[in-house]
Design a protein around this ligand. Structure first.
Ligand code: APR
Length: 233
């Protein structure tokens, strides 16, 4: 039976595509007060500032491409039943061919009704305060802001609990509840953590391999091993 692989990715996964991470030296949060551009309070205080912040990030996303790491992960779908659970709001996993992607923190290429979060629209241009959906609602970025609930979290836990293999990649493991997901992995799961500056891992696993490399290089290093290990289990 096909083994289950769950990928838990963060901003480092998209770094080699040219999208800055949040907390590295030249990070996205540098020069921005996070709460001004990524919180309901910031939205209520200055909608134009928030709209402009996400319009700039949406524009950049349409100019970049998936990197080799995204493609290696997509190829692993040939050997595993793979689910990607990402904190990233970009669509680079999907563009590389990954089929089952859960976005814990929302999607940059979607907007939603301020009245009903379930009413989402695909959106690739600038969003303005004048835009409305068919129901006449004002619109906001379909992003989970600090202090907001993470609706996909429960579903994500169910996938991690069933995992035979987990690849944690490109996340500083500082933002909860996303950072706690890997703790739900089964004791016997094989866990890889790929990050050039890996954060300390508190949880104990029978099989934990820390690969202090960038995403593409780290995935190149483990892909043969994880495939053959998957065939032996
Ligand atoms: N390859 C792999 N990992 C990398 C690379 C790379 N080329 N470059 C940097 N990294 C690692 C860093 O070492 C760091 O551990 O990626 C991680 C990026 O950490 P953060 O910037 O904190 O990003 P992330 O963990 O995804 O942040 C989580 O915080 O601000 C919120 O909602 C936002 O989803 C985001 C969440």
């Amino acid at each position: 039976m096909e083994k289950k692989l769950v990928v838990l990715s963060g901003a480092g996964m998209s770094a080699e595509s040219g999208i800055n991470t949040f907390r590295d030296a030249d990070g996205i949060w540098e020069g921005h007060d996070v709460m001004e551009v990524a919180s309901p309070e910031g939205w209520n205080k200055n909608k134009e500032l928030v709209l402009d912040f996400y319009n700039q990030r949406r524009k950049q996303l349409l100019e970049v491409s998936p990197n080799e790491g995204h493609h290696i992960l997509a190829d692993l779908q040939n050997d595993f039943k793979m689910t990607v659970i990402t904190q990233n709001v970009d669509d680079l996993h999907e563009r590389a061919g990954s089929q089952n992607v859960i976005h814990l923190h929302g999607e940059l290429l979607k907007v939603r009704s301020v009245r009903d979060a379930k009413l989402t629209l695909d959106w690739t241009t600038d969003l303005t305060s004048l835009d409305r959906n068919d129901q006449g609602d004002a619109l906001r970025p379909d992003i989970v802001w600090f202090g907001e609930a993470v609706p996909e979290f429960e579903r994500a836990i169910d996938f991690v609990k069933e995992a035979d293999f987990v690849i944690v990649i490109g996340t500083s493991l500082q933002v909860y509840p996303a950072a706690s997901l890997m703790d739900y992995a089964p004791e016997e799961a094989v866990v890889y953590y790929i990050d050039p500056k890996p954060a300390p891992i508190a949880h104990s696993y029978q099989h934990l391999k820390i690969i202090p490399e960038k995403a593409s290089r780290g995935l190149k290093m483990i892909k043969e091993e994880i495939i053959s290990w998957g065939q032996t289990l």
